[in-house]
Design a protein around this ligand. Structure first.
Ligand code: SF4
Length: 225
């Protein structure tokens, strides 16, 4: 098994939760947000066969300089070797690994293997939209310490206008996770999206999360460049 990894970004602070972390950005996303921060992630699976051919022939790029590596296919143990380089920082600061993207839950089997190989003392987090089948979510329930979830907007019409998809899976997954995770394992984020929602609509999403998931979400602004 290999993971299609967009980049590995080391020594991040204050951007992905507590402590020093390594962000592993995975290719692929089922959404098409109007203000997508990472359009390149949509190339994913079209190019995988080419990568696999090169990988099998040993033609993949050398991964000796592990900081900000370019796109590459990693076996789980190869990625753990990269992550281990910053173990001391994780242990000193309470940091660890953060899987982002794209939508990392599209590659949850790979993430599960990485988490199984990783040191128990590293914090393990994911940044996700949760817009995937529950089968992609469930294998990681026991693996991850924190779920950083960008729900966009709880209103299905706004969600569809902004992402091109409906949010039924997001709601279903949130409710299922609520029943298996401790409240402190959620970090739910609700963006103000210029041209799509407003303060009143954001407040409706906040209330839905409070009343149904029983945690206090964070509201933030998308900055459009
Ligand atoms: S969820 Fe993230 S990566 Fe996917 S389309 Fe939206 S902004 Fe882009």
């Amino acid at each position: 098994m290999v993971g299609d990894v967009m980049s590995v970004s080391r020594l991040r602070m204050a951007s992905d939760g507590k402590g020093v972390s390594t962000l592993v950005a995975m290719y692929g996303c089922p959404l098409h947000c109007k203000y997508c921060i990472n359009e390149a992630c949509h190339e994913t699976f079209i190019e995988i066969p080419e990568f696999l051919k090169k990988y099998d022939k040993g033609l993949m790029c050398e991964k000796e300089d592990y900081s900000d590596t370019p796109r590459a296919l990693y076996k789980p143990k190869e990625l753990v070797k990269v992550l281990r380089k910053d173990e001391l920082y994780y242990l000193m600061t309470g940091g660890g690994i953060v899987f982002g993207g794209g939508e990392p839950l599209l590659q949850s089997a790979f993430i599960h293997e990485v988490c199984q190989l990783a040191d128990d003392r590293w914090d393990k987090r994911i940044e996700t939209s949760l817009n995937v089948p529950w089968e992609n979510v469930e294998p990681l329930v026991e693996d991850l310490d924190e779920w950083i979830i960008d729900i966009k907007d709880m209103d299905s019409t706004i969600y569809k206008d902004y992402t091109g998809s409906n949010n039924e899976k997001v709601i279903d997954n949130l409710l299922k996770l609520r029943d298996v995770l401790k409240p402190e394992m959620f970090r739910i984020r609700i963006p103000r999206i210029r041209g799509y929602n407003n303060d009143e609509l954001v407040e409706k999403s906040v209330l839905w999360i409070r009343n149904n998931i029983w945690v206090e979400p964070e509201v933030f602004d998308y900055y459009i460049i």
